[in-house]
Design a binder for this molecule. Structure first.
Ligand code: ATR
Length: 287
């Protein structure tokens, strides 16, 4: 047993240790998801949440790996700091300028990766049978969540990605920094011209029960909508989408499970099945 002084906890070295660091963290579903993945793939791991004080993040990461920890998921508000402290960064983390997954490579260097965007694309393209290639896609928001998903979306070769945000200047600078990866532009909310095949909400407005100021006429009955947030009830954005006549509107629970699966794959070298975990989480959420 090694004492992890930063967090006042000992790490049992007889079992591979994983944590999700965040603040707050009590709401995290990650331990249950990873427990289910480990069970499905016959992996013996221990995965727990850890509340990390805002001024102790870097220290806690170092202490965890020094104590023999195998991998970390990183959530709000530490993703940018996780990226900044890594010695090796994946292309996905580089584009996102944020990391949700940390581990040590064979040289003992801290590696940062970001599986959020891959999680979104896998949920849309596999779980929901959707297609992004050759589609016109509106992405709402220009914060960290959107920055994290643009590269994998553009890798699907959509016809066009339009970013719109309450604060237009942020959408503009985000579009500029991704323009070399595909057809992407920023437009003010009140200058959007539909129809879009997809509208993906990456704002945090749903958290507060708010809706970005969207015009009518942005979608048709073939359009699909996706809210990167999830909740037991239909989110405010998805309620708007269905009222506007969208073919369907899905929330981000599948993205949560898929990004976790990608992290698990990076750590364990095996991609776990996700369908059973996702349907169990959905039932739990509705109960
Ligand atoms: P995250 O890491 O979740 O992306 P963030 O970086 O704070 O968090 O970004 C939040 C995003 O949601 C921003 O695009 C924000 O718009 P602004 O750039 O104008 O602040 C958007 N957002 C938050 N609340 C909103 C609301 N009520 N209506 C519209 N957009 C909102």
């Amino acid at each position: 047993m090694v004492l992890d002084t930063a967090v006042g906890q000992s790490l049992d070295k007889n079992i591979d240790q994983y944590r999700v660091f965040g603040n707050p963290i009590h709401q995290s579903k990650s331990p249950n998801i990873h427990k289910a993945f480990a069970h499905a793939t016959n992996q013996n791991i221990n995965y727990q949440t850890q509340l990390v004080a805002v001024d102790e993040f870097e220290h806690s990461v170092k202490a965890f790996f020094t104590a023999g920890g195998k991998g970390l998921n990183i959530t709000v508000p530490f993703k940018q700091r996780a990226f900044a402290m890594a010695q090796v960064v994946s292309p996905a983390a580089q584009k996102a300028e944020a990391a949700n997954t940390l581990y040590l490579n064979e040289q003992g260097q801290l590696v940062a990766d970001n599986t959020d965007g891959m999680g979104l694309v896998r949920d849309i393209c596999h779980n929901l049978n959707g297609q992004l290639s050759a589609k016109r896609i509106l992405v709402l928001g220009a914060g960290g969540a959107v920055r994290g998903v643009l590269q994998p979306i553009l890798a699907q070769l959509p016809k066009q990605v339009v970013i719109a945000n309450r604060t237009f200047s942020k959408a503009k600078s985000l579009a500029v920094s991704f323009t070399h990866l595909g057809a992407i532009e920023a437009l003010p909310m009140d200058q959007l011209k539909g129809p879009f095949d997809w509208i993906i909400n990456g704002t945090s407005a749903s958290l507060a029960g708010d809706l970005p100021p969207l015009l009518d006429g942005l979608l048709t009955s073939n359009s699909r909508c996706y809210d990167m947030m999830y909740s037991a009830q239909t989110t405010v954005f998805n309620t708007w989408a269905l009222r506007q006549g969208a073919a369907c509107a899905d929330d981000g629970l599948g993205m949560l499970v898929e990004q976790a699966a990608q992290s698990f794959g990076l750590w364990r070298g095996i991609l776990p099945p996700t369908a059973v975990v996702l349907s169990a989480l959905r039932s739990e959420l509705k109960a």
